[in-house]
Design a protein around this ligand. Structure first.
Ligand code: NAD
Ligand code: ZN
Length: 371
């Protein structure tokens, strides 16, 4: 059951192919868009051990030469040093304007390899083969690429759309359960932003999404379609794309207060707590029903995601410290806190100028909740 989602961005339009085995179609699909091109596969050591041979075989089977550049796994790979090393390796592999950089891995590899592709010779084409749930439903679609600065995450980068995305739902079987759940938080997000029916679907069929039945590819396709819609409406993030930040103003604060220590909290877990907070805050403001807020929390809990601040291990910040961390977030515009709030499941909207005293009172109430 292969699915396709189109991203209609004019001359830079591309397709996302979703389903088990999509990885093995890399050669045929890349040959279709770049006949006879040289390819360079950028990947990390974990993914290389599992999937590099399959991708290389597929490319060579289609007559495409394939060099491989293997990076260390982990967020620290999104660095100036690794950017320089990969760019130089691409140059050494003689990748030119008509050739293809293949990003094989999670969001770290997609962001790094995409930024290298954007920069090399002022832009070479690249293909995303995302191998984590997060990268399949979020980072591989939309064209945001980049690396981290010592001053903060994702501060250096470029918009550079891929030419093709191959999301193989089967490769997610080797992902750790924790990484899978973290990516699933972003899947839930699409339902909460604008698609109540999709949230209903997830409530009914999440077990199959986790175990790898047909509902998994269906959920990935629905998520990619939702992200693609937002990206096409707002490619460079002026307005509507901001809705994708549901749960992220809170979530980034929790990540920062956990010192980005993935042993304590990974991004998707912070977003899960953040989305539950956004719904409870919306209820506290009289915007959304208590029933919907409870449904959000219950679904996150049923898949094993945290939904309350007190679920975050080792977070001993008070309400003031959390508010201060939220003010540091890049989503703060000219000193004003911007939140994605909701009138209900599937009815999110952007709220500028949220009253800080109200946020503080809400956070105090949250910290008083039983874990
Ligand atoms: P990741 O790339 O670090 O992957 C997580 C871990 O899983 C790594 O250790 C990796 O080696 C391993 N792995 C990957 N695929 C595997 C597989 N199939 N089987 C077993 N192990 C596998 O992390 P991630 O969560 O995919 O991505 C996080 C990054 O994405 C962050 O840097 C974040 O800033 C970025 N991001 C970018 C965007 C965007 O729009 N560009 C959006 C969201 C997140
Ligand atoms: Zn996110």
């Amino acid at each position: 059951a292969r699915r396709r989602v189109e991203v209609p961005l004019g001359s830079r339009a591309y397709s996302i192919h979703i389903g088990p085995g999509a990885l093995d179609t890399a050669g045929a699909e890349i040959a279709r868009i770049a006949k006879g091109a040289k390819c360079a596969i950028v990947t990390d050591a974990n993914v290389a051990a599992l999937y590099l041979d399959r991708v290389r075989l597929s490319l060579e089977g289609a007559g495409l030469a394939a060099a491989a550049i293997v990076c260390p796994p982990g967020e620290s790979t999104k660095s100036y040093a690794e950017f320089a090393r990969v760019c130089d390796a691409l140059i050494a592999a003689r990748i030119e304007r008509r050739d293809i950089v293949v990003a094989l891995g999670g969001g770290v590899i997609g962001d790094l390899a995409g930024f290298c592709a954007a920069s090399l010779r002022r832009g070479v084409r690249f293909v995303q083969i995302p191998t984590t749930l997060l990268s399949q439903v979020d980072s591989s679609v939309g064209g945001k690429t980049g690396i981290n600065s010592p001053h903060g995450k994702n501060l250096v980068g470029a918009f550079h759309q891929p030419s093709l995305v191959l999301a193989d739902s089967g490769v997610l079987d080797t992902l750790s359960p924790r990484e899978f759940r973290a990516g699933y938080a972003e899947v839930v997000k699409y339902g909460l932003i604008g698609d109540r029916g999709f949230f209903d679907f997830l409530e009914a069929r999440w077990r199959e999404v986790f175990s790898g039945g047909p509902a998994r590819a269906e959920a990935i396709a629905a998520s990619c379609a939702a992200k693609a819609r937002v990206v096409v409406a707002d490619e460079t993030e002026q307005g509507e794309r901001a809705l994708l930040n549901l749960g992220h103003t809170f979530g980034h604060a929790f990540e920062s207060l956990s010192h980005y220590d993935s042993a304590r909290l990974v991004h998707g877990e912070g977003v899960a707590v953040g989305m539950a907070c956004a719904f409870r805050f919306s209820r506290a403001l009289g915007l959304c029903s208590g029933q919907d807020a409870v449904r959000v929390e219950a679904h996150l809990a049923s898949v094993g995601l945290p939904s309350r601040i007190r679920h975050i291990p080792g977070l001993d910040a008070d309400a003031g410290a959390i508010l201060a961390a939220m003010r540091q977030d890049k989503k703060v515009e000219r000193g004003r806190l911007t939140f994605v709030l909701a009138r209900g499941i599937g009815e999110s909207f952007l709220a500028r100028d949220v009253d800080e005293a109200g946020v503080l009172a809400f956070l105090e109430q949250e910290l008083a909740l039983a874990p």
